[in-house]
Design a protein around this ligand. Structure first.
Ligand code: SAM
Length: 265
């Protein structure tokens, strides 16, 4: 295969080990071409000729780590993805459980935390609520996008009651909608690497959403991260995982209550 920049198996293996060390993410053998296509824009931008030169640059310029991570994370998400989890959150609130502080721990471009916030507003029947949500990700570019709260109309159109939650753009913003300030104000966006030893979030949380990110970590790292996340959740608090992230074997830590949803023991 002819490529614009030099790229060898050794480069791929180095990318793999760097990404694993920085973000915990394991790349499968099949991701050789994906890695090249994600890094090529950085190699081009820096005026380099080979991925190997880029990896040397990464080693000597710690600031480049942010671009490296941003380029290699997979940020697929959508509004009300796995909708049963939002029904569960609504039931949790309506059963009278305390739901004041929530954390969405791999929030990508924001569709997930805004879906949580819309669920809070729906469950409480108003915007003026005391509940607050921290939404975090390792990737600074998706956090910026999430924080701006601007989405193409086709993503927003299927949302129930969208007129209460979004403003349609005009002129230069035609074709886009922006989250209303009352919804945006319920969320604080922060950069958090789940691999870090401790998280800058106060303990006693009522709900944690951590969906579709554990799949990138090996089993041992998953359990280490889960234990750190659970330190932040109150007993009886709700922990929501992604559809292929099953923790039923950790019954001493949390009790399964439905499709990849748990209550802290
Ligand atoms: C596939 S998206 C899932 C988004 C959302 N939770 C959902 O289920 O729709 C995975 C997200 O995890 C983030 N991520 C990957 N490694 C991470 C880490 N070590 N710490 C925090 N976030 C991470 C990525 O940047 C990406 O935005």
């Amino acid at each position: 295969m002819s490529r614009e920049f030099g790229y060898t198996d050794a480069d791929f293996n180095k990318v793999r080990s760097e990404l694993r060390a920085l973000a915990g993410i394991n790349l499968a053998d099949s991701k050789v071409s994906l890695v090249y296509s994600r890094l090529a824009p950085r190699v081009r931008k820096l005026g380099l000729k080979e991925v190997k030169q880029y990896l040397n640059y990464l080693e000597t310029h710690p600031d480049e780590q942010e671009h490296f991570i941003n380029a290699l994370t997979t940020n697929l998400t959508s509004f009300f993805r796995e909708p049963h989890h939002f029904d569960m959150l609504q039931e949790f609130i309506q059963s009278g459980e305390r739901c004041e502080r929530l954390w969405c721990a791999a929030s990508s471009t924001g569709e997930e935390p805004y879906s949580i916030a819309m669920t809070l507003v729906k469950a409480f029947g108003r915007f003026d609520i005391s509940s607050r949500l921290v939404a975090s990700d390792i990737d600074s570019s998706v956090l910026n996008k999430a924080s701006s709260g601007v989405y193409p109309l086709d993503k927003v159109d299927p949302i129930e009651n969208k007129k209460s939650f979004f403003l349609r753009g005009k002129d230069a913003n035609l074709g886009y909608a922006k989250v209303v300030p009352q919804l945006r104000n319920l969320i604080e966006f922060r950069k958090v690497n789940l691999l870090d030893n401790s998280y800058p979030i106060q303990a006693g949380l009522d709900v944690i959403f951590c969906r579709n990110v554990m799949i990138y970590f090996d089993k041992e790292t998953q359990v280490q991260i889960l234990e750190k996340l659970l330190e932040k959740l109150r007993p009886g608090g709700l922990y929501i995982a992604g559809h292929s992230e099953n923790f039923n074997h950790l019954g001493h830590l949390m009790t399964p209550i439905g499709r990849t949803a748990y209550r802290k023991v």
